[in-house]
Design a protein around this ligand. Sequence first.
Ligand code: DC
Length: 237
Amino acid sequence: MSAVVAMDGPAGAGKSTVARRVAQALGFTLLDTGALYRTVALAAVRRGIGFDDAVAVTALAEELVAREALVLEALPDAGMDVRLEGERVGDAIRTPAVSMGASTVSAIPGVRAALLDAQRTFAAHAGVVCEGRDIGTVVFPDATLKIFLTASTDERARRRHSELVAREGARAPTFEATRAEVEQRDAQDQSRAIAPLRKADDAVLVDTTGLDFDAVVARCLELARARNLPRDQAGIG
Ligand code: DC
């Protein structure tokens, strides 16, 4: 395994943007694991499969992985996209409906199992910053550095809401609806039986409430330097 920076935390803590900038700074590849669960949810919608039909969604995830119809694609500048049946689905997987669906399908053990190898394979050859919910606890328990990024519920709802407004303008949900969605997803992600969101014992907690983006990135890079990252990737476990 190459060097891995595991970045876990709840929705809206700023993981995606921070992980991308940290990956750029370290010269690492970004692995956004939430995009995988989102893509399974999108595929379920397209096939008319209910998110809570565990048997059908598991079979779907297994089939997509086996056929290589769900493929992670590293883009220049630490970008990442997912292809579903050859189509880039970067935008289609960001709608509120797919977000809730991703949260539901990610609680299905068979879905998590189907996606595990894809995540590990991605990190086999190059340094990665891997962001998700269970990276430090399940996917890469031996990660070089584990960061648990969090922020208060209000702050996370505010950030999520501004993202939605920037993307959808007047069609964006209200702040109250966004906050309710953040709370509902938190509850679902933390209370599920399999791989619930929790900080690994050896993860460093970074609370981003009231910190600006650059300060959060600087803190993560300081932690990376303390672990001697980046470094020559060849054969480092
Ligand atoms: O990070 P995100 O919002 O794109 O994640 C979408 C959903 O996928 C989220 O509700 C939790 C789930 N998820 C997960 O269970 N495990 C991961 N490693 C990443 C995401």
